[in-house]
Write a protein that binds this ligand. Structure first.
Ligand code: FAD
Length: 567
């Protein structure tokens, strides 16, 4: 019988180590194996990925390609510039493919795409092999073991995963790879009918990418930022499996750090080096296997005995949270990333007052903030010019580096939603989607729901102060001085509340607290705070209290369409 001709489709797994799907492909003992990456229009055009995340992806692709070539000089990562749904049916025929192998993706778009590709494969007589490898436990199996329900707590995840069994030990990297076969691409290239919807602010030119998707496959080269129409990246964080494994080695070498890691005790203000592992972007692109990380940590923890930390605060605990969100998303499906249609996400009438006049549906009450005002707060939050230096420093770090500490994410997310602006969490999640290197649909939406007290967590009276929370970690305001250089020379006494600094202190520091940071910005100024935080906190807590009171909005159509549910 003729030996298999296999396309290995890299997507969420840009690595060679511990890849159950790659192992399944190699176990077929193929005559030829093509390692391919397809240019998916969903990510190239529609998703809001900014330049930093694209750069990290390119780093991962380049590193993977080099590693493949080291194992077989005839091979590399072949990048094809067309959406998989239209490309694969043509490839199956032109390359005489017998098998298509890939890692399971439980993101909602990923599932839809993979179903279309699997259907096309079946029609073409191509066998599809899919293996789970992106999470500790297969998210779909977790859902089954949880009775089809989403895992809305760590306990739920742990009890479901217990029924599945231990996390499998990692699989070593392959030592060789088969040759790729011939790669004719003389079939018609896909021509998109409409101009793509490009959202990312960091695009230089909407036309650039469009031109190229219709272009030839050429030498299957890895794309460049320029080709994609992006401005150069600013992040100092670099991607790739080689770097990921080196970073992991360094972490594991520090046994005490690894074994006694406790999340809330790590500083959000520490930046050089940061206080947590910063492995999330590698995990996102699959340049690091989560099972590899889990077992390397577990082995240290076992050797440490009772002095080691434990979930939920330990490093292992963080990985379990990650699996919890993936499994919740796998159960809820596409609605997981929004309130509408998501029966597990509490509806909050963001922007609106705590009371609606049932007769007119119009707003009344003390907490009213008109949408225009809230929209301006949102824009100031996004640009890092709120006038609260702690929030601004974090938002500027996020924009420049593409990564901020978990408690920094807590601070800015709470501030935008239930602890300041009362803006819908979905708007904040969209900004994170564009700016984060590690943007993971399940983890991003899940954590925003947690922080906005719409799911997973409900203690809305526990708010982060943009002043005292930062001070607790960083009295001198080093994070602020780094990211808000306007305030670099301000006395530590005023660094979190510059509007309180007397004129002579402002003068001495070479800064004036003035304006709103958006309009007519003068050099040497830093904006005034956009509201009185204590007032806003009280207003938000009162509004949340009302929103949590079941029945108040019973007649409001926004509630019935938003699926109100007690947690
Ligand atoms: P470490 O503390 O070193 O943890 C190790 C790994 O555990 C991380 O790399 C990550 O994969 C996982 N992890 C840790 N905390 C969480 C958590 N709360 N939820 C899920 N996984 C976790 N994480 C993402 O990976 N992608 C996102 O898009 C994302 N969006 C977030 C949005 C908000 C509003 C908040 C509050 C958190 C978000 N997180 C997200 C979770 C968390 O902040 C990051 O995973 C973490 O800060 C990454 O840094 P690290 O690798 O140093 O984490």
């Amino acid at each position: 019988m003729a030996k298999p001709r296999v396309v290995y489709w890299f997507r969420t797994d840009l690595r060679l180590h511990d890849s159950p799907a790659l192992k399944a492909a190699l176990d077929l003992e193929p005559a030829v194996l093509w390692p391919v990456f397809t240019w998916d229009p969903h990510y190239v055009y529609r998703a809001r990925g900014g330049t930093n995340r694209w750069q990290f992806l390119l780093d991962c692709q380049n590193d993977l390609s080099e590693s493949i070539t080291k194992l077989n000089p005839k091979s590399k990562l072949f990048v094809l510039r067309e959406g998989p749904q239209t490309l694969f049916p043509k490839l199956f025929k032109a390359w005489k493919v017998t098998h298509l192998v890939f890692e399971k993706d439980t993101d909602s778009y990923g599932r839809e795409r993979d179903e279309a590709v699997a259907e096309a494969a079946e029609k073409a007589g191509v066998q599809v092999i899919i293996r789970s490898g992106r999470t500790l436990w297969d998210s779909e199996q977790v859902v089954t073991q949880h009775g089809g329900k989403p895992t809305m707590s760590m306990t739920a995840l742990l009890s479901a995963s217990k029924k599945i069994g231990d996390v499998p030990r990692p699989i070593p990297s392959p030592e060789q790879l088969p040759d790729p076969g011939e790669m004719p691409v003389d079939f018609a290239q896909h021509q998109p009918d409409t101009k793509p919807d490009i959202n990312a602010e960091s695009r230089t030119n909407n036309d650039t990418g469009y031109k190229h998707i219709a272009g030839p496959c050429g030498d299957f080269a890895i794309e460049t930022l320029d080709e994609l129409g992006f401005v150069p990246a600013t992040t100092p964080h670099k991607g790739g499996e080689t770097r990921a494994l080196k970073a992991l080695d360094a972490i594991i070498k520090d046994k005490q750090y690894t074994a006694t890691f406790e999340k809330p005790k790590t500083s959000p203000a520490q930046f050089d080096p940061q206080s947590t592992t910063l492995l999330s972007p590698f995990l996102h692109f699959g340049a690091l296997s989560v099972r590899e990380l889990y077992w390397r940590v577990q082995d240290v923890v076992s050797s440490y005995g009772s002095a080691a930390s434990a979930p939920p605060v330990s490093l292992t605990g963080q990985l379990i949270f990650r699996d919890m969100y993936f499994a919740a998303q796998a159960a809820i499906g596409p609605h997981f990333q929004q309130t509408a249609g998501n029966g597990h996400c509490r509806f909050i009438p963001w922007h609106l007052p705590s009371k609606l006049d049932p007769a007119t549906g119009l707003t009344t009450g003390d907490y009213h903030v008109d949408s225009e005002q809230a929209d301006e707060w949102f824009r100031r939050w996004k640009q890092g010019v709120t006038g609260f230096p702690w929030i601004d420093a974090l938002m500027r770090q996020l924009r420049h580096d593409g990564w901020i500490h978990h408690l920094g994410r807590h601070s800015v997310a709470c501030f935008l939603t239930r602890g300041g602006c009362y803006v819908d969490w979905e708007r904040g999640a969209e900004v994170f989607e564009e700016l984060l290197l590690d943007h993971e649909p399940a983890c991003n939406a899940g954590n925003w729901q947690w922080l906005s007290c719409t799911a997973f967590f409900s203690q809305y009276f526990r708010c982060y102060s943009p002043v005292s929370f930062g001070q607790k970690w960083d009295k001198h305001g080093d994070l602020i001085r780094r990211w808000v250089p306007e305030l670099q020379n301000l006395d530590a006494k005023y660094i979190y509340e510059p509007w309180k600094a007397p004129m002579q202190d402002q003068k001495k520091a070479g800064v004036r607290v003035k304006g709103d940071g958006l309009r007519d910005v003068e050099e040497g100024t830093y904006p005034k705070p956009m509201f009185d935080f204590n007032e806003r906190r009280s207003a938000c807590i009162a509004a949340m209290k009302t929103a949590y009171g079941v029945g108040l909005y019973g007649d409001d159509e926004r509630v019935s369409t938003g699926t109100w549910r007690e947690m």
